[in-house]
Design a protein around this ligand. Structure first.
Ligand code: 13P
Length: 254
């Protein structure tokens, strides 16, 4: 179901103490200040998830993982499976973040399997796509996004596709302080929705949340979230500060 979602991707940040402070501050501030119905999701490193779950219990704030393995279980040292995440009470899992694609060689075909495994275990995948700077400068961004979205998600039937969240994160805007303009982001979000509409129909396309990620801050969030096809954000650096993360949550239209 299409709804506004603001997910914090903590990446490789969060000692035990930092995790406890950040998660409890977010819960308290969300309860006190946020009343626009936005779904807030905290995605710490795997080891921090249990603590985030403990601290968010009974609140509207959800927990997510940054990755999961494509297999159900087995001899995959260092990996975490979707059933393990689900058993702990995780709701969301980021799949195909550009850092996973770049540094860990994750490609669309593998990501499609991760999406399946997540869904088979009742986790909601947040499937990421996004072009690099050279791809954009070479005019290849639409083609890159189309391939990432189709190869990662279009094997799903309509019902399963509707149970996913998509995140558009232009690689050149991640951690660079250089955000896509609201118009640039809207253009790609509308394009992703049109791809879905062509294959699955507009009802399905209109029911999927498409998040924007890449240097979202309290100062630019409202403008981005006001665009017709931007349904929230996937937040990196600013998600490590409770004040900024909550202000971004509050930038969602009521
Ligand atoms: P920044 O918000 O730090 O640019 O990171 C975005 C991101 O990669 C979220 O997944």
């Amino acid at each position: 179901m299409r709804k506004y979602i603001v997910a914090g991707n903590w990446k490789m940040n969060g000692t035990l103490e930092e995790t406890q402070i950040l998660a409890s501050e977010v819960v308290n501030m969300y309860n006190d200040e946020v009343n626009n119905g936005v779904v807030a999701v905290l995605c710490p490193p795997f080891i921090g998830i249990a603590e985030v779950l403990r601290l968010t219990r009974g609140s509207e704030v959800k927990a997510g993982a940054q990755n999961c393995h494509q297999e159900l279980s087995g001899a995959f040292t260092g990996e975490v499976s979707a059933p393990i995440l689900a058993s702990f009470g995780v709701n969301y899992v980021i799949i195909g973040h550009s850092e996973r694609r770049e540094y860990f060689g994750e490609e669309n075909a593998l990501l499609a399997k991760k999406v399946d495994q997540a869904q088979a275990n009742q986790l909601i995948p947040i499937y990421c796509c996004g072009e690099t700077l050279s791809q954009r400068e070479g005019g290849a961004h639409f083609q890159v996004i189309e391939q990432q979205v189709k190869e990662g998600l279009f094997h799903l039937n309509a019902e399963k596709l509707q149970q996913t969240v998509i995140a558009y994160e232009p690689v050149w805007a991640i951690g660079t302080g250089k955000t896509a303009s609201a118009e640039q982001a809207q253009e790609i979000h509308a394009f992703i929705r049109s791809l879905i509409a062509i294959t699955y129909g507009s009802d399905v396309a209109d029911s999927i949340s498409i998040l924007y990620g890449g240097s979202v801050k309290p100062t630019n969030a409202a403008e981005l979230f006001a665009m017709a096809d931007i349904d929230g954000g996937l937040i990196g650096g600013a998600a490590l500060k409770s004040r900024d993360f909550i202000d971004i949550c509050k930038a969602v239209p009521a």
